[in-house]
Design a protein around this ligand. Sequence first.
Ligand code: NDP
Ligand code: GDR
Length: 328
Amino acid sequence: MPSALITGITGQDGLYLAELLISKGYDVHAIIRGQNNPKRELVERVVPGVTLHTGDLTDLSSLMRAINAAQPDEFYNLGAVSFVAYSWENAFVTSDVTGMGVLNALEAVRLYCGDDPTKTRFYQASSSEMFGKVQQVPQDESTLLWPRSPYGVAKVYGHYMTINYRESYGMHASSGILFNHESPRRGPEFVTRKVTTAVARIALGLQETIAMGNLDAKRDWGYAGDYVEAMWRMLQQDEADDYVIATGETHSIRDLLDVAFRHVGIDDWSQRVVQDPRFMRPAEVDLLIGDASKARERLGWAPTVDFAELVQMMVDSDLAEQRALAGK
Ligand code: NDP
Ligand code: GDR
């Protein structure tokens, strides 16, 4: 039975990846942070077969303890401080966890592997935020990186450190440059979930308006369930490498609002959305659109859910959740 160790199990991707690996017959272990993590119960309910180890990406010895206990064939490093807006106000902790945490994870795997550097295969959750002020459209694995936030800078560090460990020690370390991916499990602070929750509440008469930042930014949004499949496929290759994972389509925040409001029968949302400078960023990533040709050719990977389906799936899920919360 193959085994895997995941960081970031309480996040969106951690849960989908754990479900995928369990369905493939893996013995799944995960690192959970904190003395009394409020999301432990969620993890135990959704993926009861996962063995949880207490640990933190900033604490190398805790990672070593977990890896020695789990003896994983595959290590997926999904843990991060991942909210871009938060990273300006908390740049140090973002750098520590999202940047230096990758070094700790690589080092834990390297030490565990001993004389056989490929004993445990490593996945790093890199991000399209590394492209930032984009130097090429669409973006692929060779596009120059130009991060625009402390989060983006920390991800660049983790990305190059992963490549460096592959080149220096011969580790099977791959980096997935994933574009935005969403689902009903997306954290409420991210724009898709913020919009779908608010639209559901407006449709149910629980809320009047939604306060938003920049409506002109464009993102390449895919479905998280598809993207964790790509992570797994990367670690099944003979050679480790870096891959862009994206849909190849881009949409603005306005398009997101259009699809979400239309799904609940509201065609004109202009009176429902107020612009709030609190949600504007010091430096914006204006346009992301990925070219995932390499992943399509080498991994046989393709997205299965399009933008409208994704947004509608999230609105439907939020309608059900908000109805239940309101007792409607
Ligand atoms: P989430 O924000 O949903 O989850 C982040 C996870 O990291 C949580 O489980 C959190 O645990 C954990 N974490 C935070 N701090 C630490 C720490 N000090 N030590 C260990 N774990 C920690 O992220 P997603 O699931 O959306 O994303 C997964 C990864 O992929 C992240 O690295 C993200 O940056 C990256 N990524 C995400 C994309 C997306 O569109 N979703 C696109 C590209 C990259 P806790 O509950 O304890 O806070
Ligand atoms: P992003 O995701 O920064 O791309 O990072 P987010 O959903 O937070 O923002 C996307 C775009 O929407 C604009 N925006 C708003 N964003 C939020 N959160 N709230 C608002 O009210 C709002 N109004 C407009 C933003 O300015 C931005 O342009 C996500 C994270 O998951 C990262 O961890 C990951 O690496 C990248 O995706 C790829």
